[in-house]
Design a protein around this ligand. Structure first.
Ligand code: SAM
Length: 323
């Protein structure tokens, strides 16, 4: 059978907690997926061992996510433990930015390379409407702090929802003109766990049309290109760039290089597939490194056959899977 994925699998996203300090309307506003009992969440020792073994299978990039990773107790300590692991070239983190101002310097010192910050609006009122909290200013301070301490490039993630923040697209794009940030637009992904109907989704073709109407034609750039599916562009004379991640309207299974480790220790080869592997069960059952490595190699081999088309599900909790 022809392999669907034609890239090497070198990227692991780890959800370090399913808890969050925001209640974003597109993520899990009803809290209908309950928090997991703490004993179900992977310990730092387990995460460390898993990363060491994944590194032996070709994983070179790790991203910590959640829930909100910065509310996991002693997260800086976890960064310090993971950063020196042989074979890991890049340790990054995705955050809502609420605690970033106070933690950016110690995260950088612990070995974190850079951060992605989720921010869906530049309006304080709209921020409260989307997240449930009046914390817009705090997030902006976090972004400035991250730039100041060198957690660069800072990439912003914005989910645009019909009737909620479409009018914010020009202001979010303008941030990339004024600041050396990548303003990235992520298409809304209905998960069955959120209240927004699938029709809330705004395709990135429409987001791009709005940006070009305001700022003129975007030019393609490779400068911020990472390992992921984002396509990058620039507004003329801008300090930063614009990124589009079109998971709903696009199809990038062939170049998808990522695995996901859920906060309760399952490996998901594909965001759109319900299929997962119980890594925690294997580890807590006493498996030795050779047995764990056998499973990781099998996951990586099987990952190459997953596509959004043959494995579609919306029944998952973004907080646990990690986005
Ligand atoms: N708390 C961190 C944060 O806010 O960035 C990390 C976890 S969050 C689940 C990771 C990413 O998933 C965020 O950029 C968020 O915008 C995105 N996300 C959450 N729910 C989504 C949805 N339904 N569709 C698209 N992106 C979503």
């Amino acid at each position: 059978m022809k392999k669907m994925c034609e890239t090497s699998i070198d990227y692991l996203r780890i959800s370090v907690t399913d808890r969050c300090n925001l209640r974003c309307i597109y993520c899990d506003p009803l809290q209908d997926c309950e928090f997991m009992p703490r004993k179900e969440i992977l310990t730092f020792e387990e995460i460390h061992r898993i990363v060491e073994l994944f590194a032996q299978c070709g994983i070179t990039k790790i991203r910590l996510t959640g829930g909100e990773p910065l509310i996991r107790t002693n997260i800086v300590q976890l960064v310090r433990q993971l950063a020196p692991i042989r074979g890991i070239d890049e340790l990054t983190l995705t955050t809502n930015g609420v605690l970033l101002e106070s933690m950016a310097a110690e995260l950088k010192a612990a070995g974190l390379k850079r951060v992605n910050v989720s921010l869906d609006t530049t309006s304080r009122g709209n921020y409260k409407q989307i997240t449930g909290f009046d914390l817009f200013e705090k997030v902006m301070k976090g972004i400035y702090k991250a730039l100041e301490v060198g957690l660069k490039p800072v990439k912003m993630n914005s989910v645009i929802i019909q009737g909620v923040n479409v009018s914010q697209v020009p202001a979010l794009a303008r941030m990339s003109v004024e600041l050396p940030v990548a303003a990235r637009f992520i298409e809304y992904c209905p998960t069955g766990r959120n209240t927004r109907p699938a029709s809330s989704y705004v395709p990135n073709s429409e987001v791009r049309r709005i940006i070009e109407h305001k700022f003129g034609p975007l030019t393609s750039t490779l400068s911020a290109r990472g390992n992921g599916p984002a396509m990058y562009f620039k507004i003329a004379d801008s300090a930063g760039c614009i990124g589009f991640i079109s998971g709903a309207s696009g199809f990038f299974c062939r170049s998808c290089n990522r695995l996901r480790l859920t906060s309760d220790g399952n490996v998901r080869p594909c965001l759109y597939s319900a299929h997962s592997y119980d890594l925690k069960g294997l580890i807590r059952g006493g498996a030795n490194d050779r047995q764990v490595l056998d499973l990781l190699k099998r996951i990586i081999a099987e990952k190459k056959n997953f596509t959004k088309l043959n494995s579609f599900t919306e029944d998952f909790c973004m907080r646990s899977v990690g986005g």
